[in-house]
Design a protein around this ligand. Sequence first.
Ligand SMILES: [Zn+2]
Length: 49
Amino acid sequence: MREIITLACSECKRRNYSTKKDKKAHPDKIEMKKFCKFDRKRTVHKEIK
Ligand SMILES: [Zn+2]
């Protein structure tokens, strides 16, 4: 079952990305390094509800 999740920047807390994940393969919250256009650098983006 793939669900749409939202990724928020851990520095400015903005919700920059949405993606899909397989909750069976990744039951824990995921973190991804992505470019934040507000911080103008790559930051850790964390899954939020
Ligand atoms: Zn940011």
